[in-house]
Each structure stands twice: as C-alpha cells, then as structure tokens.
Design a binder for this molecule. Sequence first.
Ligand code: NAD
Length: 479
Amino acid sequence: MQTLPFLIDNTWSTGSGKPFDSINPADGSVLATVAGASAADVNAAVVAARKAFAAPSWRDLKPHDRASLLYRMSELMTRQQEALAVLQMQDNGKTLSECRAQVASAASTFRYYAAACETFESPVTPSRGAYWTVTLYEPVGVVAAITPWNSPVTLEAQKLAPILAAGNTVVLKPSDVTPMMGLAYARLALEAGFPPGVVNVITGGAETGQQLIEHPGIAMVSFTGGTATGRLIAKTCGAALKPVALELGGKSPNIVFADADLKKAIAGTAEGIFSGAGQSCIAGSRIFVQQAIYDRFLEGLRQYAEGYRMGEPDQADTRTGPLASFKHRDHVHRYVELGRSEGAQVLTGGVIPTDPALRRGAYYPATILAGVSNGSRVCQEEIFGPVAVVLPFADESDLIAQANDSDFGLASGIWTSDFSRAWRVARALETGTVWINTYKQLSITTPFGGVKDSGIGTEKGLQGMRVYMHSKGLYWGLN
Ligand code: NAD
C-alpha cells in the first residue's frame, strides 16, 4: 500500500517520520498507510506557514478575495459531498447519513466565514480629544490547529475557516486515529487555489502535536480534544505566553422534569447520548429525571436504547456504527465494568457484541447505567461512548446542585413545559450551551465553548473569527 503524503507549502511529502495505519473500525481493515511527520517536517511546515503569512500573495489579498477562496472550498465540498462522507465513514465509523450531514455542515462553515470575512468591520470609537480612534483587528500569524477523531470534517472546518478568514496561515494536525479528512482538506485547499504555505497539513500523533505547539514560529494554538491533553497544551502555551483556545471534554447533564412531554424527552435524551455512538463532547451523558416520573422514564429509555440498531455504517437502517477504534471501544467497556463495581445496575447493553456480523468491528451497544450517585466515577468522568447514567432528583434546587457538581461545563439540556422554570434553570446551569426541549442542535452562527474544565475560548459565530485576531488601537492626531 502506498504511503499517503501530507502537504507542506503546497507540495505533497511523505516526510521523514514513521508512517502509520488508519484503520476502518467497521471491520478492522487498513484503510490507508499515512506518512508520519518528524520534527524536521514540523519545522518545514511552520517555516512555510510563516513565509506565507508575510508574503504579499496572502498578506495583501483583499478580504473579498480571501472570501472567494473560502467560498470555493465550500463549493468543492458540496460537489464532493458523497466521496467526503464515505471517506469519513471509513476512517471514523460514523453512519453514512451522519457523515453526509456533517460534510454539508462543514461546507456551510466555510460559506459562513467567507461572508464574515468580506463583511467584517473595524469600529471607529468615540474620541476624547483632538484625534480619531479606530480599532483594527489583525491576524495573529501562524496558527497550529490540533483536532480529535470524533467528528473530523466539522471540527477541522470550524478551525480552518475562521483561521483563514481572519488572514492567518495554518498548520493543521488531525488525530492519528482519523487522519483522512485533514488530508482531504489539504487536497481541497490546493484545488481551491490557496497560495503556497497558507494551508499546511501534517499527520502524526501526540509527539508531532507537541513539537508543533512548542515551535517558536507558532503564534497561537487552537486545540480540540481531551481535558488532560488540553491542560498539557495550556502549560506549554502559558510558558511561551502564546494565546491558546481550548475546546475540551464534557459530562453534560440532560434534565427531565415531571411536567415534560415524556415521549419527546425520552427520544431527545436518548439521541443526546446514543447518536454518534456517544462519541461527542456534548453528549448528554448524565440524565437527571424528576422522581415522580423516574420509573416510567427509565422503562421508556430502555426500550428506545434496545431499538437502537447497530450495524454497518453505510446501511440505511443502521442507527449507530462502530466506535472510532478498537482501543476506544475497550476503554468504554472498562468504564461500564467500573460502573458495575461502583454498584450500578446495567439496564441494557454493557457487553461487547459476539454476533458474527459485528464482531469484526469496534461495536458497542447503547448502554444504560442506574443506581449510582452523582459522586461516582461513571458520573464524574467522561466515558465518550454510548453510555448513559440516569439519576433521580427531587426538586429544582436538588437538581441544580447535582447538575453543577461536575468539573466539566460544556453543555446541558432541560425538558419541561414550564417556561419560567426553563429560564431559571438555564441561568443557573454552569455550562457553555443550554438546550431547552431540544438537544445537540448546533448552528455555526451561535458561539460555542465550555466553562470550567471544558475549555477556554469560543468557536463559531463572529467571535469564532475574532479569537484568531489581535486588536490594535489606532489614534490619529488631528492637530
Ligand atoms: P486527545 O486529547 O487524545 O487528542 C486530541 C489531539 O491532540 C490529537 O490530534 C492528538 O494527536 C493531539 N495530542 C495529544 N497529545 C498532545 C500533546 N501533548 N501536544 C499536542 N497535541 C497532542 O483527544 P481525542 O481522544 O482525540 O478526542 C476525544 C476528546 O476530545 C474528548 O475528551 C472530547 O470531549 C473532546 N472533544 C471536545 C470538543 C469540544 O468542542 N469541546 C469537540 C470534540 C471532541
């Protein structure tokens, strides 16, 4: 099998690091052998990106011309939607229907930031003397973008589009578990016509990531991934006084009050944790249910979970494909075993499938744990799989205390028919996003980010582009 190269300075290279395999988690086959970037390759990518940042072909490009390149990315993605969706499905195991939707969403991210790029304004601020003052927003320089494996096509678009719209150059390092979309973005950027060195994509693991963020030519780090890695990255960036944006893990409470529409709440909370096999930072993994409806809810959720068909990700009736890797599937299963040892009842799921059709892949069923307190490890730690922990609560104040008793603060959901309660609880929850009578709806126009151990900074919306810019105050004397 030929080694797939990465892209530095608009040139494909197999570099001098150790190649590695990308595995299709649906059957364990090798999808591709991918080049590994060495320290020398990391350096070459950063040097190319620095040169491109200063080159007139990028620096002097007017915002509407920069926008044209981003529109072109969006058009190319729309045209190649099916091929890109199949590629992500093979690399990551998500269902084909979810991959199609994610490619469409990623294409719209490039469109949104193209529009933002050409309509972006610099405010003239009130003067306090004989001068004129304006706030200019300028690109920070070379941004290192580091991404995880759970939704590569959307998460990488969420970084590339605003970084480029803001006028920066970028070195993207996708996860070594799912390198294929990052390499697809490299090809798309070449096709779209970005000047050399503006978009560089290098492939490799943690060591490559560490070398990249430590490089003195990197002006800013934008990271999405686990909280433990985020802490390490923050430490490195802190020592170098490099700005850093961190989108990290979650253990999101999804809350059902007794006055909720039960059928919708069951479907909404089930989809909130089981869709994408629970490998989502915003998965509603702690489900809080008011005592009066606890038993009825639990029975409804169990039935829903048992109807959640596992299967080949390209089959139309498949609700959930395999997890992204065998290693991760085993990690999820260990958490279920830990839950058992903490006294949890496993209401459904909790076993690695032995069915011959599923045995070849990294499958894991929708699993429900109950009977543990919010202080248990399965309630406090991110499992990142299709595992819901269901907990009862007595009243609003008990609920708020339990829901906020978490190191994480990424997202939350509330199911109720009482709008003033929805408002009160939404204001009291310590999370970056709150959904009311819906869950996991996302729009590129709305800022997204975590509080507490779930991150620092905001992606999406206009703020998601400003994050990659310095503000410069300019005073122009009038005397
Ligand atoms: P991870 O932290 O293991 O890896 C993420 C990326 O960081 C990978 O590209 C990896 O190679 C790289 N990396 C690892 N160590 C590094 C280091 N020392 N220096 C630089 N780079 C390094 O995370 P993962 O297992 O790939 O992804 C799952 C995690 O991502 C979950 O915790 C999930 O909640 C989180 N996530 C968060 C969001 C969000 O928006 N908040 C979105 C998706 C996923």
